[in-house]
Structure formats: C-alpha cells, structure tokens
Design a protein around this ligand. Structure first.
Ligand code: NAD
Length: 294
C-alpha cells in the first residue's frame, strides 16, 4: 500500500506511518497511492481524483473539507475523512492572539518602534474586559474561544442555527441580534453556500460602530472589498484574518492596502502541538483502515 503525504504534516509522521505501508511525499506518485494525506494546500478537484486512480482513502488533516470535491470523491468511491477535534485549541489561541493584538495596537507599536518612533501618547489601547464578543458558529473552535474570552471578562454571545444550547455562550436568534451588540465579532463557521459572503455591506451595516472583526474561519465567508471599505470608513476599527478568498492573496486583494489589519498566512492549525495531534489522529484512522497497530 502506498501512502502519499501531499501537504505539511508533523515531520515525524512519515516514520510513524511506515508500519502501514510505503510512504512517499513525491506528488507525482498520486496515480499509485491508495491513501493520500492533505491539509488545505492541495486542492482535491475532480481532475485531481481522476489522476488518483488507485486512491481509496483521503485523509484531510484538519477541519474544513472545502478544498475537497466531495461529490468527485464519492463518484470515485474514495472515502474522505478529516481530523475534526485536533485543531480547536490551536485556532482558538490564534483567535485570542488576534483579539489581544488588535485593540492593544501591538503591530503599530512594534512597527513604530522599529522606525525609531516612541508613540507613548499616541497609541491608546482598549481592554477586552467588559466587552461583548459575538461568535458566529459555536462548534469545536467557537467553544474554545468562548471559554478563553470569558476568562478575560468578556460577555460571550453566539449565533449558530444548528446549536440549541450552550454552557459557554448566550445563544441569540440571528445576526440581527448578534451584530449590533458585539464589540468583537469572530467567525467560526465552515464555508458553505449559506456562509459564503456572510459578512458583506448589508451585515456590516448592523455592526456596532468601531467593532473589531476576527476571521480564523474561511476567507470567502467575508466579502473582502466590503470589509476593506468598512476599515477605511472606520465602521470597523480593525480586521484580523488568517484566511483569504484566494491563498496566498492576489496582490490586488483589497485587504493588503486597507488600514488597521492584522494578516497571517493561514497558520491557525499550524502549532507544533496541533501537528502532533493531527498526526495521532491520522495514525488512528490508518489503524482502523488497515487493522494494523502502529
Ligand atoms: P465545527 O463543525 O465544530 O463548528 C462549526 C459550527 O458552525 C457548527 O456548530 C455549525 O452548526 C456552525 N454553522 C454552520 N453554518 C452556520 C451558519 N450559517 N451560521 C452560524 N453557524 C453556522 O467546526 P470547527 O472545528 O469549529 O471549525 C470551524 C471552521 O474553522 C472550519 O470549518 C474551518 O473552515 C475553519 N478552520 C480554520 C483553521 C485555520 O487554520 N485558520 C483551522 C481549522 C478550522
């Protein structure tokens, strides 16, 4: 059995998988592979599946399956699975890092210091304590964010039409209830037909003036032009995002020129600890698939 590792996993993983079969990171061997491992970089399109002639099992290390054409996988008889639990803490910690860095103006302060400017009087910070966080989506990651935000003294509201009760957030009925109350809005939904472009000119109008928007979900859940405009007008005080409509973002992506942004290159799940956890879940999946023990 050939196992093809397509994207960046924990460097010790290939060795751990050798018990199950031959392991390669040579993408040109896709037509021979029975099992393939991807994260979000490889786009598993219908063309990709057409090349993967011997593929039976596709493992997505991480959560979102939006880089996988699940219809094509089904049509080819490929079982596609992910590692849904592993990444919640890693992404929640990046979300908190964003929520701390934006109102504390860490990026501006740091850049100014490097330019020899000591902006002690100019840089006014704001605190998280006593503020309201509005979560859109309260699944694995949203929950971890809620727990951490409450420890910072925030009031946590959440809108999630598929969750009926929560022990860590006050559930609200819709965006119309959530957005006007929130000082911070954080996105933790999958990319679906329903969530595509969820944050747009109309929904931005419902935000509190000067709110902060955080996105560690998916870039296409927001209309980037509309967010850039809201940053220019001051409707939003800041936008921190790990994800973009196309990755890496095109040079003309409006966010690159917009003020008050904090941009990271899709590193939410890339903590050392998380790559190890994802590796452990991959091993479990392969133990089940092959009947062998690692
Ligand atoms: P999850 O499935 O545990 O939770 C998603 C929640 O969103 C669910 O509770 C679901 O009911 C809710 N939801 C679905 N449609 C909604 C809608 N229209 N409005 C409001 N809520 C809705 O997933 P998770 O593990 O919490 O991950 C959430 C998303 O985060 C993933 O789908 C992925 O896109 C993204 N993610 C990003 C990174 C990163 O590196 N930045 C890493 C992991 C996951």
């Amino acid at each position: 059995m050939l196992i093809l590792i397509c994207d960046a996993f924990d460097p010790t993983l290939p060795e751990k998988l050798r018990v199950f079969g031959e392991v390669t990171e040579d993408a040109s061997r896709l037509p021979e592979a029975e099992v393939a491992l991807v994260r979000s970089k490889t786009k598993c399109t219908a063309e990709w599946f057409a090349q993967a002639r011997k593929l039976k099992l596709l493992i997505r290390g991480g959560v979102g399956m939006d880089n996988i054409d699940l219809e094509a996988a089904k049509a080819r008889g490929v079982k596609a699975v992910n590692t849904p639990q592993a990444s919640a803490v890693a992404v929640a910690e990046l979300t908190m890092a964003f929520m701390l860095a934006l109102p504390n103006r860490l990026v501006e302060a740091h850049n100014a210091m490097k330019e020899g400017k000591f902006l002690k009087k100019e840089l006014k910070r704001t605190e998280l304590a006593g503020k309201t966080l509005g979560l859109i989506g309260i699944g694995n990651i949203g929950r971890e964010v809620a727990v951490r935000a409450r420890a910072f003294g925030m009031r946590v509201l959440a809108y999630d039409p598929y969750v009926k009760q929560s022990d860590c957030a006050i559930l609200v009925a819709g965006l119309k209830e959530l957005l006007p109350q929130a000082d911070y809005v954080s996105l933790h939904v999958p990319l679906t037909e329903e969530t595509k472009g969820l944050i747009n000119r109309q929904t931005l109008a419902l935000f509190k003036d000067g709110a902060y928007l955080i996105n560690t979900g998916r870039g296409k859940c927001v209309v980037e032009e509309d967010v850039a405009e809201a940053l220019r007008t001051g409707k939003l005080s800041g936008y921190a995002t790990d994800v973009y409509s196309s990755e890496p973002p095109e040079p003309e992506n409006p966010l690159l020129a917009a003020p008050n942004t904090l941009l990271t290159p899709h590193i939410g799940a890339s903590s050392k600890e998380n790559l190890l956890r994802i590796g452990e879940e991959v091993v479990k999946i392969l133990e089940e698939y092959t009947g062998k023990r690692a």
